[in-house]
Design a protein around this ligand. Sequence first.
Ligand SMILES: NC(=O)c1ccc[n+]([C@@H]2O[C@H](COP(=O)([O-])OP(=O)(O)OC[C@H]3O[C@@H](n4cnc5c(N)ncnc54)[C@H](O)[C@@H]3O)[C@@H](O)[C@H]2O)c1
Length: 327
Amino acid sequence: MTVKKVIVAGGGVLGSQISLMCAYAGIDVTILIRKEDSEEQTRTKLARYAAMMLQDLDQAELFLGVPEEQAVYPHGMIRDWKDLNRDKLAQMIGDTRQRCHADLRIVNELSADLFQDADFVVEAVTENPEIKTDFYESIRNLLPAKTIVVSNSSTLLPSRFAQHTGRPERFCALHFANTIWRCNTAEIMGHSGTDPEVYRKVVEFAEQLNMIPLQLHKEQPGYILNSVLVPWLAAGEALWVNGVADPETVDLTWKVGLGCPFGPFEHIDVIGLDTVYAINKMKPDAQVEGSTIYRLNQLLKEKIDRGETGVNAGIGFYDYRNTRKEK
Ligand SMILES: NC(=O)c1ccc[n+]([C@@H]2O[C@H](COP(=O)([O-])OP(=O)(O)OC[C@H]3O[C@@H](n4cnc5c(N)ncnc54)[C@H](O)[C@@H]3O)[C@@H](O)[C@H]2O)c1
């Protein structure tokens, strides 16, 4: 099945990026925002991400004929370097300029016309179960029978919404990562009622978008990536909080021992200490005085209060203000 028409609900961070990736793949895409949302804000995001995509594509010229470097190039932009040359690259850049820009179609009203012939609705609205439920209820009677609905939710399982879509068998999660054209993972997770044929079509859709489809066989909070990432971060944090080793030594061990490019604390700096702190505060032991997570949050809070929230602030566990040096 070749997907031709997609409606992306939500013009935020992920909605903008998914829409641009649809446009990049030559798919007719419309962004659905709420009446109270600002079209201008979405257009600003589209312009910013489109510029980043084009910048990456411009740099591809440096990678032509250097296969060992191509492995680290944003895979969502170019998957196949085999027959790529300067002329073809120039053509791709021209096509991208035409397709990916701030003027993508944005609508703020629901109607059956909007969804007519839509192959997919990608739900990328606010990560709030009530907001998502209301959204599914609002579109369920407007969709053509053929439309497949997918949720980009990072934390909420599809079974929670399946009945609200009115088409549980044509619904599952399709989870993209931030900076979709670079980190081109697409985790695909059905619920027990997802039709296997629909699941297969979602895998094909992900491939059409230049994503690497990562198939989950059952529901799992955190999908694959966060199910591995979160315990990895927690193990590193525990070594620090319990006085076993300092962050630099934990990172160094991981990098030298396994040949990985970064360790857990360098990654926390990228995520942002405030985000990690907010997530940690929701963990069951967070209020238990003396627990590892309680003490970790105290240490994180001290750093956050000093403005050391990570790469974006210029300082976190490491100092990025000049060339990076260990603190
Ligand atoms: N930000 C990330 O790094 C990331 C990564 C992967 C997945 N996600 C998931 O993507 C989804 C969106 O996240 P985001 O970061 O883009 O959030 P965001 O806050 O940037 O954007 C969400 C947008 O949805 C809009 N919205 C709310 N209700 C709506 C409705 N009924 N119709 C249309 N638009 C509506 C909001 O006004 C907002 O503009 C969430 O489910 C999140 O878990 C986010």
